[in-house]
Design a protein. Structure first.
Length: 148
């Protein structure tokens, strides 16, 4: 499994690149001032970074418990991104609704339209991160890690 330092590098890198891409895109497509979008994007990034860190620890530990391995197949990566983004949606919507002065439904529609971007981005980022910063995969046999 990854170290805490590596998980922090992963989460911070993810959010910095996401902010660079998402702020101008959101401002353009949703016709909100870039400053307002910047505020919700940065606060959302902080929420997402904390969620990312905790979620990935729980997800990896669950993989070890149920699969006895940390290896992620494409299907597991899809499950990972769907669970991650679904949880983040529940954490993020109330803040967007309040700050932009829009209904929860409007915030949901706004956020749901970004989910496609983030699903592809999250899948791609995590795959690239694993290639650039590979980890030793392990199988867990009778509570002992065995390199594969």
């Amino acid at each position: 499994m990854r170290t805490h330092r590596d998980r922090i590098r992963h989460a911070v890198g993810f959010e910095i690149i996401a902010l660079i891409l998402s702020i101008p895109i959101m401002s353009f497509f949703f016709d909100f001032d870039i400053k307002d979008i910047g505020v919700i994007a940065i606060v959302g990034s902080i929420i997402a970074t904390i969620w990312n860190y905790g979620f990935n620890i729980v997800f990896d530990k669950s993989m070890v418990k149920f699969k006895r391995s940390t290896f992620k197949t494409p299907a597991i990566r899809v499950l990972h991104v769907l669970l991650f983004e679904g949880g983040l949606l529940l954490l993020y919507l109330p803040m967007v609704s309040w700050y932009l002065g829009i209904s929860l439904w409007q915030a949901f529609i706004m956020d749901a339209s970004l989910v496609g971007f983030y699903l592809a981005y999250t899948f791609s980022y995590n795959w690239a991160y694993d290639k650039i910063f590979p980890i030793q995969y392990f199988k867990y046999i009778k509570n002992r890690a065995v390199s594969i």
